[in-house]
Structure formats: C-alpha cells, structure tokens
Design a binder for this molecule. Sequence first.
Ligand code: NAD
Length: 513
Amino acid sequence: MNKLDHVVGEEKSVDRLYHFIDGARSEGKNERYGYVYNPSTGEETAVCPYATAEEVDVAVEAAEQAFKRWKSTPVAKRVEILFEFKSLLVKATEELAVMIGQENGKTITDAKGEISRAIEAVDFAMNAPHLLKGEHSSDVGGDINAFSIKQPLGVVTCIAPFNFPVMVPVAMSTMALACGNSVILKPSERVPNSALFISELWKKAGLPAGVWSVVNGDKEAVDALITHPNVMAVSFVGSTKVAEAIYEKASRHHKRVAAFGGGKNHMIIMPDADIDFAVTSFIGAAYGAASQRCMALSVAMPVGEKTAKVFVEKLKRRVEELKVGSYDDEEADFGPVITQQAKDQVLKSIEGSLREGAKLCVDGRDPDVGRTTNGYYLGATLLDRVTPDMEIYREEVFGPARIVVHVNSLDEAINLVNEHEYGNGVTIFTQSGPAARKFTEEIEVGMVGVNVPIPIPVGYHNFGGWKRSKFGESHMFGPDTVRFFTKIKTVSERWPESKGNNDVAFDFPSNRN
Ligand code: NAD
C-alpha cells in the first residue's frame, strides 16, 4: 500500500485522482499528494497525487515517442481530431460547468461562459492548415527557389492557473497540438478534475496516446518540466511572481518561454461618459467570478470630482445589491474565492487600506450566505478615496474588493496607469473620440478597451499584457500562438537541368545573376 492508498483508505468519501500519461490514467508513485476542495462548502472532495521528477520523465518520454508520429500526421487529419474534440466539448458543457463550479467556485453560468471561450480557441486552432503555410519566392537568383516551412517544436509544456480550469488550458494548448507538438499540461493543483476530464475528451476524439498528457503536482513537477532537456517550450499562466521565476529558470535552460502574469486593470471614467453604462459595465467586469480574473477591473478612476461623486453614489447602490453564493445558487452573482488563504489575503488587503486612510463604501467582509457553511465567501467590497501610494492600489487583489482612485485629468490617469507595474488590461469610458484616441495611443498596456469593460481579444486576435503582466515575446490565442509553437526553416532549392557549374566561388553569394 502506498502513501495515497493509506490516505484514501481513511477517507472513503474523497475521490482519488491520477495523472494522464500515454493515453491512460496513471496513479503514479503517490509519494506526495494534496487535497482538492469545494470552495462553496470548504469540504475536501479529492486527493490528488503530485508528480515527482521521475514521473515527469515518464510523461516526457511518452510524449516524445508520440511526437515522432504526430508531427508527420497530415495537418488536415490533426484538425479533424480538433473538430471532434470541439463537438465533445460542446456536448459536455453542462457536466463540465458543474465540475468547474465544484472545484473552482464560480457560478455555473460563468463556467459555461469560460467553456464557450475555450471552444473559440479550438475554432481558431482549426485554422492551422492556413496558418502553417510558409512563404515562397520563385527564382531568387541562379534558378533558386526559396521557401519557408513552420515545423513543430516537439514536447511542450503548459502550466495553468486555478481561475480558468478549462479556458486557459485549452487556449494554451490546442494550437500547440494543431501545429504537431505533444503537450504536457500541468494544471493548477486546486482544479485538477477539469484537466482530467478534458483528457478523456481528447482520447475520445481520437488523439493518439502520448500527444496529450496531464501531470498533476506543484513546484516539484513544474521544475522538472521546465528544466527537462527534452521539453522545448513553456507556456505559463499564473501570478506575476511565479511567472517571472518560471521565465528566468526556463530561459536559463534554453526553453522558448511565454509567461503570463497578474494584472491591475483600470477603468477611466471621463466627465462626458454615460455614467449609468459605466457603472453597469464596471460591476460585471469587476466582481464577476469573485474578481478572480486576470482581466477583472480592479480600479475605477473617475476624472474630476463631479464625475467621481455621481459615479461612486450610483456604483455604491449597485454594489450593495450584489449577492455572493454557492456555485450552484442561481441567484448568486458570484461564488466564493478559491481557498481560505485567498480569503484571508483579501481581508488583509482591505484592512491595510483602511489603516492607510481608504473610505469603506460597501463592506463585504462578513457576507450573509444564508446557510451554515465553511465555504470561502466574501461579499462585494468597495473602497473609495484610495491613493496611489496605498498597498491595495499597487498589488493585485484576487478577490471582490475593488477600489476608486480620484484623478483630475486624463493626463493624470494615463500617467498613473503607465507608472503601474502591471499592464494587462485597461479601459476608458467616454463619448469623446479625441480622448479615446489619445488614450489608446499613449497608454502602456497590452489590451485596451474603449467603452468595453473587459477588453479580452476574441480568439483570433493576440492576447497578452505588457510590463510585469507578461514575460517573453509571445501572445496567447491569436496568430502569435502559431509562431510560438513552431520553428521556421528556410530552404533554398535548385534543380539544375544540366550539371551544375563546377567553378569554385569564394565571393559571398549574390542574387544578382
Ligand atoms: P499561481 O502562480 O499560484 O499558480 C499558477 C501555476 O503555477 C499552478 O499550476 C501552480 O501549481 C504553479 N506554481 C505555483 N507556485 C509555483 C512555484 N513556486 N514554482 C513553480 N510553479 C508554481 O497562480 P494561481 O493562483 O493559480 O492563478 C491566479 C493568478 O494567475 C493571478 O495572478 C492571475 O492574474 C493570473 N492569471 C493571469 C492570466 C493572464 O493571461 N495574464 C490569466 C489567468 C490568470
């Protein structure tokens, strides 16, 4: 009996999870493990094995073997499997949304929204035959034709966060598969069920064994993956601190790395904005998913005291009406946060800001959830008169505490956003074309909205922040994903009709003759 048998033996009610390696469930050695919780109840629901470096080796070896065949499978055939995966994902939406709710805490409708965004990423990856086309030039000189081809990298790893258990893993990995790579996903240890569920869908869709694997675990598994000599690229999504560490370590091991981190997303409200529209837009984008989105609005920044007064009065009334509840509570606007530790961290941020002089407009610290529960609930909190020197302004708060910072001009707003360490998303609400144009030109942020509260690009545009919201030169979603997951080979080709010229040439080749 290994260590995990012993744990599950004691607690029969929890599921025992596994890795998914070489097309099959793998219990692994189970020397290390962790619990999965239902954030709506605080109950342990599963025990999950954490992979050791040796187990990662096994997964990489299987992925390498599979790559040899997958890379030369015609792209049209690869896309057929993606098509089948998409239809299975569509059919499984209800079941998967419940699973996401149970392990992540987000409401079922929000979970369905995330699945539809995942499907969008699969749709885009089906364009692989077109996107993988290279360039061609005829007769560049001396009867030579030049062309480029995009070849897959090999085994690549995707390391995912807890807040989008399906959308992020699917968005990170599907184009990698379509391009002919083998993928090893390391999902967040908080939400491993969704990743294992997706694995079964890939298998049913006909993806050959080893092309897709899931290795569960924590830092130990991640370190083994990102330093493994046969892993060629690392796509990471998570907090900035970890993104930076992964970028540095994986780069030192000569991997291609794209590491997406956290954000602090501002909404600028100009004096000419439609204030009711701005308030409604802020509410959903700021508090949806208990504010656990990298693109959630964190800061409302009304320009001018008059704008601030009207905006805050209206916003306060709406925030007071928001309801937190269990993932399956149809009346809930959002669910709990992911862990007790996350809840404590948000409470600490609120309390710190109050000590620093912020004004508590709406207090969600002790919400009434209508039943006895050990879930990690926090109601919607709104803090006014936050200033840029306060910690709550500088840090990413991953929970439903949102802030208002007053400014006197658009220039002041732009300067503050540009000085902030994060540069993921930002938006301006205005009816002025010139103000919007100045804003979109001057702002130092990767994803910008104009009267759009969450400016997440659609699946066929590039997604990615600036500054400390992203490390590395690639994007997620969009055409840049193809560049990230392929390497370009340029071929110069000549087929002379007669024997070639046998004169030795020492000059640097010229294309003029
Ligand atoms: P996290 O950084 O704690 O974990 C992300 C992944 O890294 C997990 O798989 C985890 O197991 C692993 N990990 C954690 N600590 C590690 C360490 N020390 N060494 C190696 N691996 C480690 O992030 P999270 O709490 O799961 O997710 C929330 C964060 O992700 C937020 O900051 C959010 O803004 C960010 N996020 C960013 C984007 C984006 O596209 N920019 C999207 C979603 C989430």
